[in-house]
Design a protein around this ligand. Structure first.
Ligand code: A3P
Length: 308
């Protein structure tokens, strides 16, 4: 056992990172079987850093010419359907979770796997692209705690924020430690800027139009002047906004199946969607401790992050 929290009790450590047993089996499967295509687009993130939002933005950017906006797939499908997870227990060989061969080009696939543990086939292939999203760890922790709490089986006791905090600070969290996850992708993005785009949730919130244009440019789907004049970038930002996505019928009522034993109500992917909500939950002492860990971990390598 790795901790007291019921959702982290079963996590196992592998090469410095924490995984569920099935997550680890899937990782091994990817190493043995996954063949990236040069056109693949990967979205990488630490859980609760803004994956759902970025999936919607990238999907809408890449598919804008084919679909238009009035009957856009994101209006009737959760972003996790449009942009599936590679971490989908592929070793169980159930193609209903993810049909890798049947996916259209470019394949949009997402992962929470730390950069250092990705199969060489994904990192050595210089053509495929990664978009990574990073977020203030205080908001990540609070978001994750809410997410886990909502999914708690009734027969199990609540998982307190204090317990979640302690485990998170010790790095014990799915795909954690958080800081090593971020640093892995950040360093790789400095070495391979044409391959990895490193984005921050807080920047996306502040300047979503610029971020969408950057995403389009980076992925080889730049917006033309005509599109910009027609307000296509604004349409994408509006379509993918928290207010819009969270109010859609599909995201209020349906359930997403990640794997045989992992069902999630779509509404749980949308809570508040704001910056700094952790200030409403964490004590001044907790904030100080987490900010100190972040400064300590990021200062040496030189990753600057302004705490909210
Ligand atoms: P909060 O719990 O702070 O509200 P992930 O997608 O990686 O699981 O992250 C979930 C977090 O992203 C949640 O944060 C959720 O509300 C927020 N989120 C989901 N959709 C969003 C959107 N369209 N815009 C901004 N934030 C969004």
């Amino acid at each position: 056992p790795t901790g007291k929290g019921w959702m982290t009790e079963h996590l196992v450590q592998y090469q410095g990172f924490w995984f569920s047993p099935n997550g680890l089996k899937n990782l091994m499967w990817l190493h043995d079987h996954f063949n990236p295509r040069p056109t693949d687009i990967f979205l990488a993130s630490f859980p609760k850093a803004g994956t759902t939002w970025l999936k919607a933005l990238v999907f809408a950017t890449v598919n804008r010419t084919r679909h238009g906006f009035s009957d856009h797939p994101l209006l009737t499908n959760n972003p996790h359907v449009c942009f599936p997870f590679l971490d989908a227990y592929l070793h169980e060989k159930d193609p209903s979770f993810l049909d890798l061969d049947g996916s259209t080009t470019p394949r949009l696939l997402s992962t929470h796997i730390p950069y250092a543990l990705l199969p060489d086939s994904m990192t050595a292939n210089r053509s495929c692209r990664f978009v990574y999203i990073y977020r203030d760890p205080k908001d990540v922790l609070v978001s994750k705690w809410h997410f886990l709490s909502k999914r708690r089986p009734q027969e199990l006791p609540p998982f307190s924020l204090e317990e979640a905090f302690e485990l998170f600070c010790r790095g014990i969290s799915h795909n954690g430690p958080f800081w090593d996850h971020v640093l892995g992708y950040w360093k790789a993005s400095l070495e391979l800027p044409e391959k990895i785009l490193f984005l921050k949730y807080e920047d996306l919130k502040e300047e979503p139009f610029g971020a969408v244009k950057r995403i389009g440019e980076f992925l080889g789907f730049p917006f033309s002047l005509e599109e910009e004049r027609e307000g296509v970038v604004e349409d994408i930002v509006k379509l993918c906004s928290f207010e819009n996505l969270s109010s859609l019928e599909v995201n209020r009522t349906s359930v997403h199946k990640f794997s045989a034993d992992s069902l999630v109500d779509n509404r749980h992917f949308f809570r508040k969607g704001i910056v700094g909500d952790s200030n409403n939950y964490l004590t001044a002492e907790m904030i100080k401790r987490l900010d100190e860990i972040t400064s300590h971990k990021f200062f040496g390598p030189g990753l600057l992050f302004h705490n909210s």
